[in-house]
Design a protein around this ligand. Sequence first.
Ligand code: SF4
Ligand code: SF4
Length: 249
Amino acid sequence: MGEARRRRERMAQQAALAAGQAPVPVVRQSEVTPRQYLVQIADLMVKSGYGKEHHEAQVPCGGCRECCWFPRVDVDPNQESPERLAKLDLEHDAEGYFLRKRADGACIHLGENGCTVYEYRPHSCREFDCRRLTLTGTGIKFGHGHVTPVWEFPASHPEDQAILLAFRIGAAQAIKEDEKVDSGTIFGLAVRDFWKNLPMARRITAQMETMPPAASARLRSFLKRGEVQERFLELVELNRQRGATPAEQ
Ligand code: SF4
Ligand code: SF4
């Protein structure tokens, strides 16, 4: 995601909040475990230049269309085939081309049964995967009462729990450094630091059974929904001080 788009996303989030819109996200159950999802996004995980490579997402959206209310869906004519461009209804301004909007804020191509140009939808739509936001305990408010859903990943296996935790440690650290950081940047930083954070995440989840019940319940709740909480940051700090090896720093 480019810097201009991050800025727009941040502005859209702030505008939605300022307008007093507080949409309640739908909770969706992920059929893939964190380990399986990691395999799906493996190319993002090994490329340090996240956002520079194209990655077609395979999101089981079901009936969800929330991201079609994204305030501005950019289209780069250099990335799209002439066939796709011919099907897309575009506007442009000084920053470039983007999909035209309906009066209610949805994309002009959104029909009653979903995207009417599905085969021709641009890269921005093909690559959007809101599960990445849940991985890092974040989401996007699009305005007009629309928001990315919250995904619950099945994570009964300790390694699945550790993977979730490693993403959320990276996210928590990104937010701690810059509380206004947007969700795309948070995901990029969490990916960058994932392998570094995984050993500590494994250690924390291994301790879960022996933690005081309240702490264990908090951690389980955090793993379920992934809200980045202040208490969680303290836990990360504590574990760093207690046992982080140089390789984890
Ligand atoms: S918000 Fe997520 S689940 Fe909903 S349509 Fe977009 S990618 Fe699919
Ligand atoms: S092109 Fe299709 S998938 Fe993309 S925002 Fe519009 S309706 Fe949604």
